[in-house]
Design a protein around this ligand. Structure first.
Ligand code: BG6
Length: 256
């Protein structure tokens, strides 16, 4: 472990905060690309960050899907101070398989936290007309209002191509991502290395601009392979608390 020899892990975190210009960086030892349980440690660290920022009275927490977020859910536990938490998915369907969808992560997280949750039931592929009618349905409208009231967001960051393929993007979409040199993805938005949005998946829920007004945005992503994606996303959204691992952090400090 190069990092352990030269700088302590918290010193590296401070350096990364400077370099990326983000609010805070939290680093767990190891590299989740290489060791499975490191992702669980990222999950545990994210839960700690989330609990440290809960308001005493009421908390609506919007979450995305993905394997890292599934690890956050797996490490969730009830709040000792019993502050009320309500979990909602951050956005509508993004083409993920069931296990990786925001709805799934949301309900698991709430179960483990002993909290309640509200899900968004909007299919990924409906006509514009159906879509417009669905968002007016009272049950869906209610959840959308809760999502709009969320003050805390916890989300993953992915590599653009990996994410597009995982969501079974069309060849045309894949070519577009390549042409625009997208390197990062976060809840349905694709970014180039400069942190500019090059594509967005149209869906309801939190739009990227709204992250600026959130009290707390916790971004969870680790593994050396995600360093470039993290760097690009941080350029666009510097108000994040980044929970990552040593693998990504070392690469970020040396290469980006
Ligand atoms: C998606 C999220 O579900 O998971 C994205 O909407 C994120 O924000 C992606 O980029 C990351 O997935 P993973 O499996 O790499 O944690």
């Amino acid at each position: 472990e190069v990092m352990g020899e030269i700088l302590g892990i918290s010193e590296v975190a401070r350096e990364l905060e400077q370099k990326l210009g983000v609010r805070q960086v939290v680093i767990v030892p190891g590299d989740s690309d290489e060791t499975f349980w490191v992702q669980r440690d990222i999950g545990r660290a994210a839960v700690t960050q989330l609990k440290a920022r809960l308001a005493p009275d009421d908390n609506i927490i919007a979450v995305t899907g993905g394997t890292t977020m599934a690890s956050v859910a797996a490490m969730m536990s009830p709040d000792k101070k019993e502050r009320p938490m309500h979990f909602v998915p951050a956005r509508g369907g993004l083409g993920e398989t069931l296990e990786l969808q925001a709805n799934t992560v949301c309900s698991r997280m709430a179960d483990r936290a002993n909290a309640d949750y509200h899900l968004l039931h909007i299919p990924d592929e409906v006509s514009q007309e159906t879509f417009e009618r669905m968002v007016e349905e009272p049950s869906i409208k209610n959840v959308l209002e809760m999502i709009r009231a969320a003050r805390i967001v916890v989300h993953g960051i992915g590599e653009a191509e990996t994410m597009a393929k995982r969501r079974r993007a069309t060849p045309e979409h894949l070519r577009m991502i390549e042409r625009h040199e997208a390197v990062a993805e976060a809840f349905g938005y694709y970014f180039n290395a400069e942190g500019e949005i090059v594509h967005r998946v149209k869906t309801v829920g939190i739009q990227l601009e709204e992250l600026d007004n959130m009290d707390t945005v916790i971004a969870v992503a680790g593994g050396k392979s995600k360093a470039q994606a993290i760097a690009a996303y941080a350029k666009h959204t510097p108000n994040i608390i980044l929970v990552t691992d040593e693998g990504a952090a070392t690469e970020l400090l040396t290469c980006y």
